[in-house]
Design a protein around this ligand. Structure first.
Ligand code: TXA
Ligand code: MG
Length: 324
Protein backbone atom coordinates (compact mmCIF):
# COMPACT_ATOMS: atom_id res chain seq x y z
CA UNK A 1 0.00 0.00 0.00
CA UNK A 2 1.19 3.52 -0.74
CA UNK A 3 1.15 6.08 2.06
CA UNK A 4 1.27 9.79 1.16
CA UNK A 5 2.51 12.17 3.89
CA UNK A 6 3.14 15.90 4.00
CA UNK A 7 6.78 16.76 4.65
CA UNK A 8 7.61 17.03 8.37
CA UNK A 9 10.47 15.94 10.65
CA UNK A 10 8.53 12.74 11.32
CA UNK A 11 7.79 11.86 7.66
CA UNK A 12 11.40 12.60 6.68
CA UNK A 13 12.63 10.26 9.44
CA UNK A 14 10.13 7.60 8.30
CA UNK A 15 11.30 7.98 4.69
CA UNK A 16 14.98 7.66 5.62
CA UNK A 17 14.19 4.54 7.67
CA UNK A 18 12.36 2.98 4.71
CA UNK A 19 15.27 3.76 2.36
CA UNK A 20 17.63 2.20 4.90
CA UNK A 21 15.84 -1.15 4.57
CA UNK A 22 15.72 -1.08 0.77
CA UNK A 23 12.21 0.29 0.27
CA UNK A 24 11.05 2.90 -2.26
CA UNK A 25 10.17 6.49 -1.34
CA UNK A 26 8.91 9.10 -3.80
CA UNK A 27 10.00 12.64 -2.98
CA UNK A 28 9.67 16.12 -4.49
CA UNK A 29 12.49 18.00 -6.18
CA UNK A 30 12.28 21.41 -7.86
CA UNK A 31 12.03 19.61 -11.25
CA UNK A 32 9.71 16.59 -10.88
CA UNK A 33 9.00 13.94 -8.22
CA UNK A 34 11.65 11.22 -7.98
CA UNK A 35 11.15 7.53 -7.18
CA UNK A 36 13.96 7.04 -4.68
CA UNK A 37 15.95 4.09 -3.39
CA UNK A 38 19.33 3.63 -1.72
CA UNK A 39 21.71 4.11 -4.70
CA UNK A 40 24.33 1.86 -3.07
CA UNK A 41 21.92 -1.09 -2.71
CA UNK A 42 21.43 -2.89 -6.04
CA UNK A 43 18.40 -4.83 -4.78
CA UNK A 44 16.68 -1.63 -3.74
CA UNK A 45 17.53 -0.10 -7.12
CA UNK A 46 16.13 -3.17 -8.88
CA UNK A 47 12.82 -2.42 -7.18
CA UNK A 48 12.80 0.95 -8.94
CA UNK A 49 13.16 -0.71 -12.35
CA UNK A 50 10.41 -3.17 -11.41
CA UNK A 51 8.03 -0.53 -10.09
CA UNK A 52 8.51 1.65 -13.18
CA UNK A 53 8.77 -1.31 -15.57
CA UNK A 54 11.75 0.59 -16.85
CA UNK A 55 14.02 -0.91 -19.55
CA UNK A 56 17.03 -2.26 -17.66
CA UNK A 57 19.56 -0.43 -19.83
CA UNK A 58 18.34 2.95 -18.66
CA UNK A 59 20.68 4.30 -15.95
CA UNK A 60 19.46 6.36 -12.97
CA UNK A 61 20.51 9.69 -11.48
CA UNK A 62 22.10 9.58 -8.00
CA UNK A 63 20.93 12.48 -5.82
CA UNK A 64 23.16 13.79 -3.07
CA UNK A 65 23.12 16.71 -0.63
CA UNK A 66 26.26 18.64 -1.59
CA UNK A 67 28.66 19.16 -4.49
CA UNK A 68 31.50 18.01 -2.29
CA UNK A 69 29.76 14.67 -1.68
CA UNK A 70 28.99 14.41 -5.42
CA UNK A 71 32.66 14.75 -6.31
CA UNK A 72 33.50 12.00 -3.83
CA UNK A 73 31.53 9.71 -6.18
CA UNK A 74 32.79 10.89 -9.57
CA UNK A 75 35.64 12.80 -11.14
CA UNK A 76 35.69 16.58 -10.82
CA UNK A 77 36.72 17.87 -14.25
CA UNK A 78 37.12 21.65 -14.76
CA UNK A 79 33.81 21.73 -16.66
CA UNK A 80 32.03 19.84 -13.89
CA UNK A 81 33.50 22.13 -11.24
CA UNK A 82 32.38 25.24 -13.15
CA UNK A 83 28.83 23.99 -13.69
CA UNK A 84 28.48 22.70 -10.12
CA UNK A 85 29.64 26.05 -8.72
CA UNK A 86 27.13 27.91 -10.88
CA UNK A 87 24.05 25.67 -10.65
CA UNK A 88 24.19 23.34 -7.63
CA UNK A 89 22.02 22.95 -5.72
CA UNK A 90 19.58 23.09 -8.65
CA UNK A 91 18.00 21.46 -11.70
CA UNK A 92 21.28 20.21 -13.21
CA UNK A 93 22.59 16.65 -13.57
CA UNK A 94 26.25 16.05 -14.37
CA UNK A 95 27.69 12.90 -15.94
CA UNK A 96 31.02 12.12 -14.28
CA UNK A 97 33.47 9.23 -14.53
CA UNK A 98 32.93 7.00 -11.49
CA UNK A 99 35.78 6.85 -9.00
CA UNK A 100 37.09 3.29 -8.49
CA UNK A 101 35.82 3.31 -4.90
CA UNK A 102 32.41 4.83 -5.77
CA UNK A 103 29.84 3.03 -3.59
CA UNK A 104 26.94 3.57 -6.03
CA UNK A 105 25.64 0.21 -7.27
CA UNK A 106 26.47 -0.66 -10.88
CA UNK A 107 22.80 -1.30 -11.49
CA UNK A 108 22.20 2.38 -10.73
CA UNK A 109 24.44 3.31 -13.66
CA UNK A 110 23.17 0.34 -15.73
CA UNK A 111 26.69 -0.99 -16.01
CA UNK A 112 28.22 2.26 -17.28
CA UNK A 113 31.51 3.60 -15.90
CA UNK A 114 29.86 7.01 -15.90
CA UNK A 115 27.62 8.27 -13.16
CA UNK A 116 24.76 10.76 -13.34
CA UNK A 117 24.72 12.91 -10.19
CA UNK A 118 22.51 15.78 -9.07
CA UNK A 119 22.34 18.07 -6.02
CA UNK A 120 18.69 19.20 -5.87
CA UNK A 121 17.73 22.52 -4.27
CA UNK A 122 14.23 21.56 -3.06
CA UNK A 123 14.02 21.85 0.73
CA UNK A 124 12.18 18.52 1.12
CA UNK A 125 14.71 16.70 -1.07
CA UNK A 126 17.60 18.30 0.85
CA UNK A 127 16.12 17.27 4.21
CA UNK A 128 15.68 13.69 3.01
CA UNK A 129 19.22 13.51 1.58
CA UNK A 130 20.69 14.87 4.80
CA UNK A 131 18.65 12.47 6.94
CA UNK A 132 19.61 9.48 4.79
CA UNK A 133 23.25 10.57 4.38
CA UNK A 134 23.83 8.38 1.31
CA UNK A 135 23.10 8.91 -2.39
CA UNK A 136 19.50 8.30 -3.45
CA UNK A 137 18.93 6.85 -6.92
CA UNK A 138 15.80 8.34 -8.41
CA UNK A 139 14.25 8.44 -11.85
CA UNK A 140 11.12 10.47 -12.34
CA UNK A 141 8.35 8.77 -10.34
CA UNK A 142 6.17 7.59 -13.22
CA UNK A 143 5.68 4.26 -14.98
CA UNK A 144 8.36 4.03 -17.71
CA UNK A 145 7.52 5.95 -20.88
CA UNK A 146 4.68 7.91 -19.30
CA UNK A 147 4.42 11.55 -18.29
CA UNK A 148 6.70 12.78 -15.47
CA UNK A 149 4.92 13.68 -12.20
CA UNK A 150 4.95 17.26 -11.00
CA UNK A 151 2.55 16.62 -8.07
CA UNK A 152 2.29 13.94 -5.38
CA UNK A 153 -1.10 12.86 -6.72
CA UNK A 154 0.46 12.07 -10.13
CA UNK A 155 2.84 9.69 -8.35
CA UNK A 156 0.03 7.98 -6.47
CA UNK A 157 -2.02 7.69 -9.67
CA UNK A 158 0.82 6.07 -11.65
CA UNK A 159 2.53 3.96 -8.99
CA UNK A 160 -0.08 3.21 -6.31
CA UNK A 161 0.90 0.06 -4.44
CA UNK A 162 4.37 0.04 -6.03
CA UNK A 163 6.01 2.69 -3.83
CA UNK A 164 5.99 2.52 -0.03
CA UNK A 165 5.78 6.22 0.79
CA UNK A 166 5.17 9.43 -1.15
CA UNK A 167 6.44 12.61 0.50
CA UNK A 168 4.06 15.38 -0.56
CA UNK A 169 5.83 18.70 -1.05
CA UNK A 170 3.15 20.25 -3.25
CA UNK A 171 3.60 21.06 -6.95
CA UNK A 172 7.17 21.12 -8.32
CA UNK A 173 8.40 24.62 -9.08
CA UNK A 174 10.01 23.89 -12.49
CA UNK A 175 7.91 20.93 -13.60
CA UNK A 176 10.52 19.91 -16.17
CA UNK A 177 13.37 17.44 -15.61
CA UNK A 178 16.93 18.56 -14.96
CA UNK A 179 19.34 19.57 -17.70
CA UNK A 180 21.91 16.77 -18.19
CA UNK A 181 25.48 17.64 -19.17
CA UNK A 182 28.19 15.09 -19.89
CA UNK A 183 31.38 16.38 -18.27
CA UNK A 184 33.55 13.32 -18.96
CA UNK A 185 35.05 14.60 -22.23
CA UNK A 186 37.18 17.63 -23.15
CA UNK A 187 34.07 19.79 -23.76
CA UNK A 188 30.57 19.99 -22.28
CA UNK A 189 27.96 17.87 -24.06
CA UNK A 190 24.24 18.49 -23.58
CA UNK A 191 22.48 15.11 -23.25
CA UNK A 192 19.06 16.41 -22.24
CA UNK A 193 17.78 19.99 -22.35
CA UNK A 194 16.00 21.03 -19.18
CA UNK A 195 15.42 23.75 -16.63
CA UNK A 196 18.87 25.31 -17.11
CA UNK A 197 19.19 26.67 -20.62
CA UNK A 198 22.05 26.18 -23.06
CA UNK A 199 22.83 29.92 -22.87
CA UNK A 200 23.06 29.82 -19.08
CA UNK A 201 25.43 26.83 -19.25
CA UNK A 202 27.64 28.57 -21.81
CA UNK A 203 27.77 31.76 -19.73
CA UNK A 204 28.82 29.83 -16.62
CA UNK A 205 31.56 28.00 -18.52
CA UNK A 206 32.86 31.26 -19.99
CA UNK A 207 32.91 32.92 -16.55
CA UNK A 208 34.98 30.02 -15.20
CA UNK A 209 37.46 30.24 -18.09
CA UNK A 210 36.29 26.97 -19.69
CA UNK A 211 35.48 26.40 -23.35
CA UNK A 212 31.88 27.71 -23.58
CA UNK A 213 30.98 25.62 -26.63
CA UNK A 214 28.30 23.07 -25.88
CA UNK A 215 28.10 20.02 -28.02
CA UNK A 216 24.72 18.35 -28.49
CA UNK A 217 24.73 14.58 -28.19
CA UNK A 218 23.24 12.31 -30.75
CA UNK A 219 21.44 10.07 -28.26
CA UNK A 220 22.31 6.92 -30.20
CA UNK A 221 25.95 7.64 -31.01
CA UNK A 222 27.50 5.56 -28.25
CA UNK A 223 27.52 2.12 -29.80
CA UNK A 224 24.87 -0.18 -28.40
CA UNK A 225 24.00 1.82 -25.32
CA UNK A 226 22.16 5.10 -25.85
CA UNK A 227 24.08 7.85 -24.04
CA UNK A 228 20.87 9.21 -22.51
CA UNK A 229 18.26 6.53 -23.01
CA UNK A 230 15.58 8.89 -21.76
CA UNK A 231 16.16 10.51 -25.12
CA UNK A 232 14.63 7.53 -26.96
CA UNK A 233 12.05 8.88 -29.36
CA UNK A 234 8.74 7.73 -27.89
CA UNK A 235 8.88 8.89 -24.31
CA UNK A 236 6.75 11.04 -22.06
CA UNK A 237 3.74 9.59 -23.86
CA UNK A 238 0.14 10.20 -22.76
CA UNK A 239 -2.49 7.62 -23.79
CA UNK A 240 -4.19 10.15 -26.06
CA UNK A 241 -2.58 10.89 -29.40
CA UNK A 242 -0.78 14.22 -29.57
CA UNK A 243 -0.91 16.85 -32.34
CA UNK A 244 1.67 19.65 -32.26
CA UNK A 245 1.69 23.21 -33.65
CA UNK A 246 -2.10 23.45 -33.33
CA UNK A 247 -3.63 26.88 -33.74
CA UNK A 248 -7.28 25.82 -33.76
CA UNK A 249 -9.24 22.98 -32.19
CA UNK A 250 -10.50 20.10 -34.34
CA UNK A 251 -13.33 17.68 -33.48
CA UNK A 252 -12.80 15.61 -30.30
CA UNK A 253 -9.62 17.47 -29.43
CA UNK A 254 -8.51 18.97 -26.17
CA UNK A 255 -6.44 21.98 -27.23
CA UNK A 256 -3.76 23.14 -24.80
CA UNK A 257 -3.06 26.76 -25.58
CA UNK A 258 -0.02 29.00 -25.23
CA UNK A 259 0.02 32.79 -25.38
CA UNK A 260 -2.64 34.10 -27.76
CA UNK A 261 -3.69 30.58 -28.86
CA UNK A 262 -6.47 29.94 -26.35
CA UNK A 263 -7.17 26.52 -24.88
CA UNK A 264 -10.33 24.75 -26.07
CA UNK A 265 -12.25 21.59 -25.27
CA UNK A 266 -13.54 20.48 -21.89
CA UNK A 267 -10.71 21.98 -19.84
CA UNK A 268 -9.66 25.14 -21.73
CA UNK A 269 -6.04 24.75 -20.64
CA UNK A 270 -3.32 27.26 -21.48
CA UNK A 271 0.36 26.62 -20.66
CA UNK A 272 0.87 30.35 -20.19
CA UNK A 273 -1.66 32.94 -21.33
CA UNK A 274 1.06 35.61 -21.14
CA UNK A 275 3.48 33.50 -23.25
CA UNK A 276 5.94 32.95 -20.38
CA UNK A 277 8.14 29.87 -20.99
CA UNK A 278 8.96 29.37 -17.29
CA UNK A 279 5.25 29.22 -16.48
CA UNK A 280 4.69 26.90 -19.47
CA UNK A 281 7.41 24.50 -18.32
CA UNK A 282 5.92 24.37 -14.84
CA UNK A 283 2.45 23.59 -16.24
CA UNK A 284 3.48 21.18 -19.00
CA UNK A 285 3.22 17.77 -17.33
CA UNK A 286 0.24 18.72 -15.14
CA UNK A 287 -1.74 19.81 -18.17
CA UNK A 288 -0.79 16.72 -20.21
CA UNK A 289 -1.89 14.61 -17.22
CA UNK A 290 -5.18 16.52 -16.94
CA UNK A 291 -6.00 16.15 -20.66
CA UNK A 292 -5.03 12.47 -20.58
CA UNK A 293 -7.18 11.88 -17.48
CA UNK A 294 -10.39 12.94 -19.28
CA UNK A 295 -9.52 10.44 -22.09
CA UNK A 296 -9.27 13.11 -24.78
CA UNK A 297 -8.96 11.33 -28.15
CA UNK A 298 -6.29 13.77 -29.23
CA UNK A 299 -4.38 16.36 -27.25
CA UNK A 300 -3.54 19.30 -29.51
CA UNK A 301 -0.84 21.71 -28.38
CA UNK A 302 -0.22 25.26 -29.51
CA UNK A 303 3.18 26.21 -31.02
CA UNK A 304 5.84 26.94 -28.39
CA UNK A 305 8.82 29.20 -29.26
CA UNK A 306 12.12 27.31 -29.60
CA UNK A 307 14.33 29.67 -27.59
CA UNK A 308 15.42 29.33 -23.94
CA UNK A 309 13.31 26.84 -22.00
CA UNK A 310 11.32 26.32 -25.20
CA UNK A 311 14.02 23.90 -26.38
CA UNK A 312 13.29 21.50 -23.50
CA UNK A 313 9.53 21.94 -23.77
CA UNK A 314 9.57 21.19 -27.52
CA UNK A 315 11.86 18.20 -26.91
CA UNK A 316 9.30 16.71 -24.50
CA UNK A 317 6.42 17.52 -26.83
CA UNK A 318 8.08 15.85 -29.83
CA UNK A 319 8.57 12.70 -27.75
CA UNK A 320 4.98 12.80 -26.50
CA UNK A 321 3.82 13.04 -30.14
CA UNK A 322 6.20 10.41 -31.58
CA UNK A 323 4.65 7.30 -33.18
CA UNK A 324 4.58 4.38 -30.76
O1 TXA B 1 14.90 16.25 -12.87
C1 TXA B 1 15.31 15.09 -12.95
O2 TXA B 1 16.38 14.82 -13.54
C2 TXA B 1 14.47 13.98 -12.30
C3 TXA B 1 14.52 14.19 -10.80
C4 TXA B 1 13.82 13.12 -10.04
O3 TXA B 1 15.86 14.31 -10.39
N1 TXA B 1 14.97 12.69 -12.66
C5 TXA B 1 14.86 12.17 -13.90
O4 TXA B 1 15.34 10.88 -14.02
O5 TXA B 1 14.36 12.76 -14.85
P1 TXA B 1 15.06 9.95 -15.26
O6 TXA B 1 15.55 8.63 -14.87
O7 TXA B 1 13.63 10.02 -15.64
O8 TXA B 1 15.97 10.52 -16.40
C6 TXA B 1 17.38 10.41 -16.25
C7 TXA B 1 18.07 10.46 -17.58
C8 TXA B 1 17.75 9.27 -18.45
O9 TXA B 1 17.54 9.73 -19.77
C9 TXA B 1 19.02 8.44 -18.38
O10 TXA B 1 19.22 7.70 -19.53
C10 TXA B 1 20.08 9.51 -18.21
O11 TXA B 1 19.48 10.43 -17.34
N2 TXA B 1 21.27 8.99 -17.53
C11 TXA B 1 21.36 8.52 -16.27
N3 TXA B 1 22.59 8.07 -16.00
C12 TXA B 1 23.32 8.28 -17.11
C13 TXA B 1 24.68 8.03 -17.45
N4 TXA B 1 25.53 7.47 -16.62
N5 TXA B 1 25.09 8.39 -18.68
C14 TXA B 1 24.22 8.96 -19.55
N6 TXA B 1 22.91 9.22 -19.28
C15 TXA B 1 22.47 8.87 -18.09
MG1 MG C 1 11.75 10.02 -16.69
Amino acid sequence: MTVCLAISDQSIADAAALLQVGKLVAFPTETVYGLGADATDAAAVARIFAAKQRPAFNPLISHIATAEAAFALGQKTPIAAALAAAFWPGPLTLILTRHAECPVAMLTTAGLDRLAVRVPAHDGAQRLLRAFAKPIAAPSANPSGQISPSRAEHVVKGLDGRVNLVLDGGPCENGLESTIVDCTGPGARLLRPGGITRDALAAALATAGCNPEIDTANPLDDGEKPVAPGQLTSHYAPRSSVRLMAKTQEANEELIGFGSVKGAGKLNLNLSPSGNLIEAAANLFSMLHAADAIHAKTIAIAPIPADGLGEAINDRLRRAAAPR
